[in-house]
Design a protein around this ligand. Structure first.
Ligand code: NAG
Ligand code: NAG
Ligand code: NAG
Ligand code: NAG
Length: 413
C-alpha cells in the first residue's frame, strides 16, 4: 500500500510529462511528436536521462561507465544501439521499453525503465481506462494466450473496425473513434503488461487498454493525409513469408518526401518497390542488401504505389517510413540534422481522408469521426486460440497466470 501511495504522489509530480498521447482524444487529427517508431523504443535516441516514476526518477549511469554490466559503450565501441559516452535511456536488448542502469537500489536492482512519454510509435493512441461496464471499446473482443499487438490489430481489421485495444496481456477489443472520443486517458505507465505472445511488446494493463489504429502493419491502404507513417506488414511483429502488399500514397502536393525510420529486410528477395502511381514506372527499389538512404528521400511525383514482397523464408522486423506531401521537390529547405532524431511524426490515419463512418451518426466530436478504409484483402489466420466472448470487466479476472511486469527484475546484469 505504501508503495502505491508513493506511486500516486510521484505520478502527480510527473503529471505534465506523462500526458499520454491521445490524451486530447483524437490524436488522429493532431499528430504529435514521436521519438520512436518501434513499439519497444529500440530506436529511441532522445535525451531523457532519468528513470520513470516507477523507477523512482533516478539519474541514469553513463553507458561508458558501466563496464561491470552487460551493456556498456566501453565494451561496444561501435556505438550500436545508441550507446555512448552519455546517460540517455536506451533499449539495447529488445526489452519492452528504454531503460538505463542506475546506482544500486534497495532491492539491489541495477537498472530501471525510463517511461518516456514521447517514445510511442505513431499509430499508438495511448493508454486508456477500461472499467469494463460498459467496455471502453464497444466492438468485438477476444482473448489469446499468444496475443501480440498485431494479432489484435489483424483481428479488428478483419472485423472492419478502426481501432484495436490490447489489455492485460491477453485480451483484445475493437472499437471506433467515437469510443475514443469518450475514452478516459490513463497514465502511459499504467499500460505495463507484457503481451503473452511477445516478450518485447506491451499489451495494455490491468483495466487499461493500449489503443492502436488498425492501419499499423496492414497489408494495403490508401494514404492521402498530408503526412503519415507506413509500416511493413505485420508490424510491430516481424513480417511473415510470402507477403505481397501494396499501398497507394497520394498526399496533397506535387512532390513527396519519404524518410525511412527503420529498415530491416532479411535478404535481397525481400523487396520494397516505389512506383510512380500514374505511369507505373519503377522509381526506386530497396531490399535486404540495398537499404534506402538514411536521410529524407525526395521524389518528383505526386502519387506513389509502394509494393512489398517477401520470399518463402522472409522474416525480419521490416520498415517504418514517414512521408509528407510537398508543393514542389525544391520548395522546402532540407530539414536540419536534428530532425532525424525528433521526426515530425504523424498520427494521421491510413486512408485518411476523413469521412463519416458508414452507418454511424456524426460523432460527438463535432463531425470529426473518421472511418479508415484499411482491410486486408485476404483473411489471415489468427494465431492462438481465440475465444470470442464478451469480456466485461476483465480487470478483476484472473484467467491466466500473471505475466512478468516491467519493473520486475528480468535477467540483466
Ligand atoms: C540530464 O541531461 C541534462 C541535459 O540534457 C543535464 O542538464 C542533466 O544534468 C542530466 N541529468 C543527469 C542526472 O545526468
Ligand atoms: C485509393 O484512392 C484512389 C484515389 O482516391 C482510388 O482511385 C483507388 O481506387 C483507391 N485504392 C484503394 C485500394 O482503395
Ligand atoms: C502480388 O499481388 C498482385 C496484386 O495485388 C499480383 O498482381 C501479383 O501477381 C502478386 N505477386 C505475387 C508474386 O504473388
Ligand atoms: C478512403 O476512404 C473513403 C471512405 O470510405 C473512400 O471514399 C475513399 O475512396 C478512400 N480513399 C481515398 C483516397 O480517400
Amino acid at each position: 500500500m505504501g508503495t502505491r501511495a508513493s506511486h500516486g504522489l510521484l505520478f502527480l509530480l510527473f503529471l505534465p510529462l506523462l500526458r499520454p498521447r491521445g490524451a486530447s482524444a483524437g490524436s488522429l487529427h493532431s499528430p504529435g511528436l514521436s521519438e520512436c517508431f518501434q513499439v519497444n523504443g529500440a530506436d529511441y535516441r532522445g535525451y531523457q536521462n532519468r528513470t520513470g516514476p516507477r523507477g523512482a526518477g533516478r539519474p541514469c549511469l553513463f553507458w561508458d561507465q558501466t563496464k561491470q554490466h552487460s551493456y556498456s559503450s566501453a565494451s561496444d565501441p561501435q556505438g550500436r544501439w545508441g550507446l555512448g559516452a552519455h546517460n540517455f535511456c536506451r533499449n539495447p536488448d529488445g526489452d519492452v521499453q528504454p531503460w538505463c542502469y542506475v546506482a544500486e537500489t534497495e532491492e539491489g536492482i541495477y537498472w530501471r525503465y525510463c517511461d518516456i512519454p514521447t517514445c510511442h510509435m505513431p499509430g499508438y493512441l495511448g493508454c486508456f481506462v477500461d472499467s469494463g461496464a460498459p467496455p471502453a471499446l464497444s466492438g468485438p473482443s477476444g482473448t489469446s494466450t499468444k496475443l501480440t499487438v498485431q494479432v489484435c490489430l489483424r483481428f479488428c481489421r478483419m472485423k472492419g473496425y478502426q481501432l484495436a485495444g490490447v489489455e492485460a496481456g491477453y485480451a483484445c477489443f475493437c472499437g471506433s473513434e467515437s469510443d475514443l472520443a469518450r475514452g478516459r486517458p490513463a497514465p502511459a505507465t499504467d499500460c505495463d503488461q507484457i503481451c503473452f505472445g511477445h516478450p518485447g511488446q506491451l499489451c495494455g494493463g490491468d483495466g487499461r487498454l493500449g489503443i492502436y489504429e488498425v492501419s499499423v502493419g496492414s497489408c494495403q491502404g490508401n494514404w492521402t493525409a498530408p503526412q503519415g507513417v507506413i509500416y511493413s506488414p505485420d508490424f510491430p511483429d516481424e513480417y511473415g513469408p510470402d507477403r505481397n502488399c501494396s499501398w497507394a500514397l497520394g498526399p496533397p502536393g506535387a512532390a513527396l518526401e519519404l524518410t525511412f525510420r527503420l529498415f530491416e529486410l532479411a535478404d535481397p528477395p525481400d523487396r520494397l518497390e516505389l512506383r510512380d502511381a500514374a505511369s507505373g514506372s519503377l522509381l526506386r527499389a530497396f531490399d535486404g542488401a540495398r537499404p534506402p538512404p538514411t536521410g529524407p528521400l525526395r521524389l518528383r511525383t505526386a502519387a506513389l504505389l509502394l509494393t512489398f514482397r517477401s520470399d518463402a523464408r522472409g522474416h525480419a522486423q521490416g520498415f517504418a517510413l514517414t512521408y509528407r506531401g510537398l508543393q514542389d521537390a525544391d520548395d522546402y529547405p532540407a530539414p536540419s540534422k536534428g530532425s532525424a532524431q525528433t521526426p515530425e511524426a504523424s498520427l494521421e490515419g491510413a486512408n485518411v481522408s476523413c469521412s463519416p463512418r458508414p452507418g454511424a451518426p456524426e460523432a460527438a466530436t463535432g463531425g470529426a469521426a473518421c472511418w479508415l478504409q484499411v482491410k486486408d484483402p485476404q483473411p489471415w489466420g489468427l494465431p492462438g486460440a481465440w475465444r470470442e466472448v464478451g469480456l466485461f470487466g476483465i480487470a478483476g479476472l484472473e484467467v491466466w497466470p500473471c505475466p512478468v511486469l516491467p519493473g520486475t527484475p528480468r535477467l540483466r546484469v
